[in-house]
Design a protein around this ligand. Structure first.
Ligand SMILES: NC(=O)c1ccc[n+]([C@@H]2O[C@H](COP(=O)([O-])OP(=O)(O)OC[C@H]3O[C@@H](n4cnc5c(N)ncnc54)[C@H](O)[C@@H]3O)[C@@H](O)[C@H]2O)c1
Length: 435
């Protein structure tokens, strides 16, 4: 710790979550319960993982907080926006992810987390009809209103720093339009001209966060931070951003399982992934335009792990399909099936089936915590722009195109990048040694 040159995590960290739905309330409730000692933050790397530092006789295994200064859970203050007015307690009850016994002990604290009115446009999420929405005439007015919200929240809650996390619904797919999204100047002009086609509400949240000196994390597959204008904004404001879309269920399995096939030089004919899910996220994703955003994000995983350019005999033209179907009886308890058609010696075919009966928000909550704490750490370490070390947590890892970097989807390579970033921020040497 003494060698770390990261600014200390003093005072309060405001965690401003866009969307007060299943993921957000499961995240918030878990943090509040954990700090009372009533629940364990299982799955959070920042709370459990230990990294080796040093080599040979000097080696030791330390938790992240022993290597770098991380914000203590007790220093987190939550804020939120939603298109529905329900407070975090009511929203947690509605989401029906957690049992009453896991919510009631923090009911008072959750009730105080009351959503601010949202910046929303129904054209971006047709299945939502909430009216707890700001009355803004232009996208630029949305930015200004959100900046005011952040300033007020920071002052009222005495926060030294803010991190903004998008855990709101997936918006319709916004293709990158280089006439608008290429530079900050063009992006700002489009916001002022109220170009509602090319400027998603999420872009207003991201812009406002960065403008207020807060790292921004995109937990959905929206293309919000995929655009050069937003990289320029991160550079200008000296703030970190990262990839997008929490890597939780099926894609986590995929990015961990595909390396088995690739490492043993087995061939792939096809990978069919399907899911049933019945929460509000599932409802929004039932809309083809919203699913398209998710599909693009989910498909990228395999293509960068099993690559035809590297192994034409093994990975040319395999069929990769991802489906999500809305099925209300399952609510948040998503079921995912993967059928993998592989081939081996002399081309003989084989099949692998994976059936993951997961809980969507239970998997996403620790990822929220890690992304928030590590983005805050990155900001205090003076890291600017896209943070590759956060790829481990994201379905669509991002990379700095301007430096010719490529996204890394391979879970174990991502883990190495994560560990090395923590080591380096802690003043230790980055290395690739086997642990
Ligand atoms: N749970 C997972 O494993 C997982 C994994 C990857 C990504 N995600 C993404 O996380 C997001 C949240 O998932 P969830 O299950 O909590 O969904 P949810 O529907 O329960 O909650 C989303 C909330 O966002 C609100 N919202 C929508 N647009 C908004 C806006 N413009 N401003 C403020 N609030 C807005 C909705 O009203 C809703 O309450 C989704 O985009 C989902 O795709 C979830």
């Amino acid at each position: 710790m003494t060698k770390s040159n990261v600014k200390p995590a003093t005072s309060k960290l405001g965690v401003m979550v866009v969307g007060c739905g299943a993921v957000s309330t499961t995240f918030m409730t878990g943090v509040l319960m954990a700090r009372k000692g009533l629940a364990k933050p299982v799955g959070a790397m920042t709370q459990y993982d230990k990294i080796r530092v040093g080599k040979g006789d000097d080696k030791k295994y330390l938790s992240y907080g022993e290597i770098v200064p991380l914000t203590d859970l007790n220093d987190i203050v939550f804020g939120t926006w939603d298109v529905y007015p329900a407070n975090a307690f009511e929203a947690a009850v509605n989401a029906d992810v957690l049992k009453a016994k896991d919510i009631l002990p923090v009911q008072d604290e959750l009730e105080k987390i009351v959503p601010m009115t949202a910046c929303f446009d129904k054209d971006f999420a047709a299945r939502l009809d909430g009216t707890h929405v700001k009355d803004c005439k232009t996208r630029w007015e949305m930015v200004e209103a959100l900046r005011n919200d952040i300033k007020e929240f920071k002052a009222i809650n005495n926060c030294e720093r803010i991190v903004m996390l998008w855990a709101a619904s997936t918006e319709v797919y916004v293709p990158i339009n280089m006439a608008v999204h290429d530079t900050l100047e063009h992006l700002e002009a489009a916001m002022k001209a109220n170009d509602t086609k090319n400027i998603a509400p999420s872009m207003c949240y991201a812009y406002a966060a960065l403008a207020e000196g807060a790292p921004f994390i995109m937990g959905a597959p929206n293309t919000t931070v995929d655009i050069p204008a937003m990289w320029e904004m991160a550079e200008k404001t000296q703030m970190p951003i990262c990839g997008k879309d929490f890597k939780t269920g099926q894609t986590l399995v995929k990015s961990g399982f595909a390396p088995i096939i690739g490492t043993r030089c087995l061939g792939l004919n096809g990978w069919f992934s399907t899911n049933i899910l019945g929460n509000r996220d599932g409802l929004v994703l039932d809309e083809p335009a919203n699913f398209r955003t998710k599909e693009v994000s989910k498909l990228s995983t395999l293509e960068s792990i099993l690559m035809a350019e590297k192994q034409p005999d093994l990975y040319t033209d395999y069929y990769h399909k991802v489906r999500i179907n809305y099925y209300p009886p399952r609510n948040d308890e998503k079921e995912a099936w993967d059928n993998i058609d592989i081939f081996g010696w002399m081309g003989y075919p084989m099949q692998i089936k994976i059936n993951f009966l997961c809980r969507d928000s239970i998997l996403a909550a620790p990822v929220c915590l890690d992304l928030v704490l590590l983005s805050d750490l990155a900001a205090r370490a003076g890291k600017v722009g896209t943070q590759r070390f956060l790829s481990f947590f994201l379905k669509s890892p991002m990379h700095d195109y301007t430096k010719g970097e490529v996204p890394v989807n391979h879970l174990y390579q991502q883990y190495t990048i994560l560990k090395n970033a923590i080591r380096e921020m802690g003043g230790y040497e980055a290395d690739e040694e086997l642990d």
